[in-house]
Write a protein that binds this ligand. Structure first.
Ligand SMILES: C[S@@+](CC[C@H](N)C(=O)[O-])C[C@H]1O[C@@H](n2cnc3c(N)ncnc32)[C@H](O)[C@@H]1O
Length: 254
């Protein structure tokens, strides 16, 4: 990120001010859908064949405005959050109260470690240090196209490599796929499911009625055969983001 994280395109003080005003009202329907997605993922983690992860690595959580404050994060006894936004840590701690939260696993205090960095710099080391932690990309991967140091082709390539980096690991992501003006959106359906990949062209045909739509370069983040859901996120009164959400299960060989 080249701009100071306090005022970046995808986070910072303006983002927190908007999120504070909107997360319960304009975003309420969307955040409920994210709650359901995370609850479904948690059931898979809890009842799958592999031992249930007790740790979670959150990437780009910001203040956790799109995450449920109860029932998901606090189900893990150890949480590591990675976000370069200097304001996000205090807001996240205030919203999630990690030291006071009773962990479902240990009955003790939830431990939160905040890493003020981009995930690209620290994820490889975190994966080695915490081989069984689950990983959640929190609405961050669709924001990488705002980095101005790399070409869009390079960013799209790197996004397509993420599943290789996380092979053998429980991981999930919700991320922007396309965004555009609300007046150009077909909002007949606000959520739909697919058992496999949906190309950007297919998605645009389904959810847009003309206008210009920004491709967030995330078509290949989730492996092609992974089930996923799509949700409309009215980020402001005049703009809609279509968010894709899916999880990948750890392979039994781990
Ligand atoms: C759109 S906000 C995410 C919303 C957040 N999940 C929430 O619930 O409030 C994007 C966040 O990703 C962070 N971010 C952007 N690029 C990042 C990177 N490369 N690594 C980690 N975090 C990043 C930003 O600082 C910002 O806090």
């Amino acid at each position: 990120m080249t701009r100071p994280a306090l005022f970046s395109e995808s986070g910072g003080l303006v983002w927190h001010a908007k999120a504070l005003l909107r997360h319960k009202s304009l975003w309420g329907d969307f955040t409920k859908r994210i709650d359901r997605f995370l609850a479904d993922w948690r059931s898979v983690l809890a009842f799958g064949p592999e031992p249930e992860p007790t740790g979670l690595i959150l990437l780009g959580p910001s203040g956790g405005w799109c995450l449920p404050t109860k029932g998901f994060v606090d189900a893990f006894s150890e949480v590591i959050a990675v976000d370069p936004d200097p304001a996000a840590r205090a807001i996240f701690r205030r919203r999630f109260k990690p030291n006071d939260t009773q962990s479902a696993h240990t009955g003790g205090a939830l431990s939160l470690t905040w890493v003020a960095s981009t995930f690209e710099r620290v994820l490889p080391a975190l994966l080695i240090r915490h081989p069984h932690h689950a990983v959640l990309f929190c609405n961050v991967l669709g924001q990488l196209r705002y980095q101005d140091k790399k070409t869009l082709e390079r960013i799209e390539f790197e996004l397509g490599q993420i599943s290789l980096t996380l092979a053998g690991r429980h991981w999930a992501s919700f991320h922007d796929r396309i965004s555009g003006e609300a007046k150009s959106a077909n909002l007949q359906e606000l959520e739909f499911f697919s058992t496999s990949t949906v190309t950007t062209n297919e998605l645009a045909k389904r959810v847009a009625k003309g206008g210009e739509w920004l491709d967030h370069l995330t078509e290949n983040v989730l492996p092609a055969q992974v089930a996923r859901r799509f949700m409309a996120w009215p980020i402001g009164q005049e703009r809609i983001h279509w968010i894709e959400a899916g999880w990948v299960e750890a392979t039994p060989s781990r």
